[in-house]
Write a protein that binds this ligand. Structure first.
Ligand code: UDP
Length: 235
């Protein structure tokens, strides 16, 4: 296997499947099976999940809500998704722990780095909920931060497109895909991999990023084994 310890970032929107809002049972079960496959292959797996399928702070702010209140709602949305993912994983026999950046003892463990690493070493999947615990950040930044803290080999950004393109492939049919990119090239070309806070944090800590299509069965394990099916961003 190319990567022993991974941090998988899933967007909240990906959980909607064909729905307009919320959590698709079929989609979350598919993701649980993908994760089970990599755990059985021997990888240690941390997961950060977004909340955009339920609430985003900026969306609240555009409708007149206080931004910080909205961001708190967004962070709680990531906990709802984290609980759903935990349940789906346990249903297929994967041991998990949910750790929260915001204290909610009855629902999840608090985020404690050493404890998270211990869970990973024991083969448990650790879901990191609550984002970074701070407003004005995103779950991409939370994913990068947690990846660095747990010393993951890579951050795997599972999306519905199969990599990073010269332009948005859903809008521009002439767009072509990159197999690999350096951090510098991403800046120079102004490509949208993650938000800049998250991206800069990855670059400064030399944490490789792979963007890949999470919605094709078997892709996660292929990426972990080192198949170049997405786009790899590294030094
Ligand atoms: N959020 C936050 N701080 C964080 C992470 C998330 O305030 O560290 C809030 C923010 O309002 C964000 C929402 O949670 O819009 C959901 O996260 P995100 O938009 O990153 O989810 P995704 O796009 O991955 O579904």
């Amino acid at each position: 296997m190319k990567y022993q310890r991974i941090l998988l970032k899933l967007s909240g929107e990906a959980l909607m499947g064909d729905q307009q809002y919320g959590i698709s049972g079929d989609r979350i079960r598919e993701y649980a099976m993908e994760v089970k496959e990599v755990v059985e292959a021997g990888a240690q797996v941390g997961i950060v999940i977004g909340g955009g399928n339920i609430f985003r702070g900026v969306q609240g702010a555009s409708e007149g809500m206080d931004r910080v209140q909205g961001d708190h709602m967004g962070m709680l949305a990531t906990m709802i998704n984290g609980l759903a993912l935990q349940s789906a994983l346990e249903e297929v026999g994967v041991y998990t722990r949910l750790q929260s950046a915001i204290k909610m003892d009855q629902i999840a463990e608090p985020f404690i780095r050493r404890r998270a690493v211990r869970h990973l070493e024991k083969g448990r999947v650790v879901i990191f909920g609550g984002g970074t615990g701070n407003p004005y950040f995103t779950t991409d930044t939370a994913a990068t931060l947690r990846a660095i803290e747990i010393e993951a080999d890579v951050i795997l950004k599972g999306t519905r497109v199969d990599g990073i393109y010269t332009a948005d492939p859903e809008k521009d049919s002439t767009a072509t895909k990159f197999d690999t990119l350096s951090f510098e090239e991403v800046y120079k070309r102004g490509l949208n991999v993650m938000d800049l806070t998250a991206f800069t944090l990855s670059k400064e800590n030399n944490l490789p990023i792979v963007v890949f299509d999470m919605n094709t069965r078997g892709n996660l394990v292929r990426v972990v084994k080192g198949e170049n099916i997405g786009t790899l961003v590294e030094k």
